[in-house]
Design a protein. Structure first.
Lengths: 416, 416
């Protein structure tokens, strides 16, 4: 790569950071997101990720889909089961999708848990446990997987696994690192945003099993945690870690902003607001999302930063200025939903901007699927399509959500 | 930053990647490294890092030396004590240096250990434990600190702390993560390179306390581990993790190459070789160092990569292509020593190349000290001079080692 190429690339980046070339056209957007999901993403994973010998999925896929590592991570096994079961239920009853979801669910059911029912973090290709159940999000994504399986193909075994695992999560929620917690008790007892955030989505994913009443009993706490405890009104931003009383901790962890996390959580909250018919809550979520986009957007190279320090100090994260796939596709979902709920022109403008950046930099026109990891300049510095953390989840979920939301926006437009 | 600036910068990078403009002049190099140590690095830390209220050092220093976080990390407290005690002993008996070392040693002695004598990982500014003693390298750098204190200012208390901690390390060495180990027992029991590597240096740092005989009893195992178990002759490279029998593990951990680690270890081995009068061992270490430099050098932008996968697969480390201060200054030490021992022209050429890159990109001409973290293009993407991992250690140690080695090379040249 020489200096000229970079100059040209930067000129194009400047151009795309304006929105004048993009009309917010829900019909075109719906068609584009639908086609990408059905013609590119789902086929890529069906073709490349199946472990036909041991069951389950390979997720470490190189640029062209080649399997470069065979370890199996419960997060990604569970998320891929969820994805194909969900698409089967929501789009069409394609028996290949259900069989593919079941291929992963069977593997998880057989090998994924220890004797107490806690989900390992990772396993070898043939299901031997590699990393202990130190991470409660393994349980969260296993719950999502079996809840979706039960919805797609009702089965008391799936239901029971989802229920048992959900009960584990609730029981462990205040001390979820258990004996793996390295924090000395009492010195700086921070609360972390991830679990309330995941629960705000998981409770709805589980509603057909838990029942409306039980979900209703969760929702106020989850909304309070996300929108009162972690949200800092004086900045209009959500912090990743706060003191137990919700106050600011002036420490590396306390100063940390994860724009993608906050933005993703805001569409979970919009979904809860929709369920509750609470327009004030939705508007608040939209405002936090817009603030976070303004705050987290790289004004020089475009794209959303991965981590920032709320006081502008150096972060501990060496990857702070990188541009990650999930951050951008979750922002697209949040923006589409925000526009659907509010009709706010700022949401349409931001959608156009994030859409332009995302499709230009993340999509791989040559080998299918999307890159996951871009440097600050928007160049893929890891060619992978899947790894330890990137699997078949954020992109297909986002494509589906944007597609369906654009259809609803179009219906609203037609009705007016 | 616009396209033109980048074009110019890249042209300069190409220019500096040739060595024709640099003569390997040990007199000039000795003067340059000495002056940088005495006139820039040590004064910067004396001026900005002292916690006059609580004792110990602040290490989270922004570009201009401002303290942006007050947490104290045992690695960096211990390393800074070592640094000032070592310089006091080796360069001149400057009472300010000794007092500054003692300032940190007193804090460590008072607050650094749990009831069993294990060293915490981090503490608050006023010495409350924050992160539990999960990391044996905290103990290693505390040992180095008190061994150096005892050398600078002999004291049975310092000696005892060094001895006790060293005994802890030896006792824990085969299961040093203890209850914090997340690996499921037996599935993939890898050995990690870090501890043998650190022991190859620590045993010499401790020799005045342990005695020559005890050090002699360690050395063969340490050399065997580094040069036989982790070294892979078919690649000429050292792996970060191997199967217990030293064979290759085709996993993320097993494929990992950390060029800086391997190169730093090679100068530890050269020091052991010098002590043993073993020229074959020294030549082997020089060859591995040169191989690793060839393998780890970024042919496009210059500098040494942080991590690589030996099969060329994507790494798990998102920071794999970044250029870190310690990697480059440790390479300079290894190259200077390699040239001193062998007179091999390849070592002089490589020294010139790494010297040119390092001084151009890491040194901050405006605010003193050196940047720690550069992106692939050699631009500082974190402005910090110190943080959780960068403190007062690698740069001053390397400046001292290169200065003294260049003097020895000059003496050899004069003697010829």
């Amino acid at each position: 790569m020489n200096g000229n190429t970079n100059s040209n690339m930067e000129k194009e980046l400047v151009q795309e950071a304006t929105t004048e070339n993009f009309a917010f056209d829900p019909i075109l957007y719906a068609a584009q997101y639908k086609s990408e999901l059905l013609d590119n993403i789902l086929p890529f994973w069906m073709e490349h990720s199946k472990d036909a010998v041991n069951g389950g999925y390979f997720t470490c896929l190189d640029r062209d889909g080649r399997v470069y590592d065979t370890d199996k991570f419960i997060w990604l096994q569970g998320r891929q089961v969820w994805c194909f079961a969900y698409m089967y239920k929501q789009i069409e009853q394609n028996p290949e999708w259900l069989a593919f979801a079941k291929h992963g669910a069977d593997f998880l059911e057989k090998f994924g848990r220890d004797a107490e029912g806690n989900w390992y973090f990772s396993m070898t290709a043939d299901g031997k446990p590699l990393i202990q159940p130190y991470n409660i999000f393994s349980d969260a994504f296993a719950t999502m997987a079996f809840a979706a399986m039960d919805k797609a193909d009702p089965n008391p075994r799936y239901k029971q696994i989802a229920l048992d695992t959900f009960a584990h999560i609730i029981r462990r929620q205040h001390n979820w690192k258990g004996s793996y917690n390295k924090a000395y008790p009492g010195t700086r007892p921070l609360r972390n945003f991830s679990l309330p955030m995941i629960l705000s989505n998981l409770s709805l994913e589980m509603e057909h099993i838990l029942g409306a009443e039980r979900v209703n009993s969760f929702i106020p706490t989850v909304i309070h945690d996300v929108m009162e405890v972690f949200y800092q009104p004086e900045h209009g931003l959500i912090l990743e870690n706060v003191n137990p009383d919700g106050s600011f901790s002036d420490s590396f962890e306390g100063r940390l902003i994860n724009p993608g996390h906050a933005i993703e959580a805001m569409w979970f909250i919009m979904d809860l607001g929709e369920r509750l018919g609470d327009k004030t809550l939705i508007r608040k979520a939209v405002n936090i999302m817009l603030n976070t986009l303004e705050y987290g957007w790289d004004k020089e190279f475009g794209g959303l930063y991965y981590f920032l320090d709320i006081k502008g100090n150096p972060t501990q994260q060496l990857e702070w200025d990188q541009k990650l796939w999930w951050v951008h596709v979750e922002a697209l979902v949040a923006l589409a939903k925000a526009y659907m709920h509010t009709g706010d022109a700022a949401c349409a403008e931001w959608f156009n901007r994030v859409h332009a950046y995302t499709w230009k930099h993340f999509k791989d026109p040559e080998h299918g699927e999307w890159f996951g990891y871009l440097n600050r300049r928007g160049e893929a510095y890891l060619p992978l399509k899947g790894g330890k953390w990137k699997g078949c989840f954020h992109i297909p979920r986002a494509l589906f959500q944007v597609w369906k939301t654009m259809e609803k926006i179009q219906q609203k437009n037609n009705a007016q």
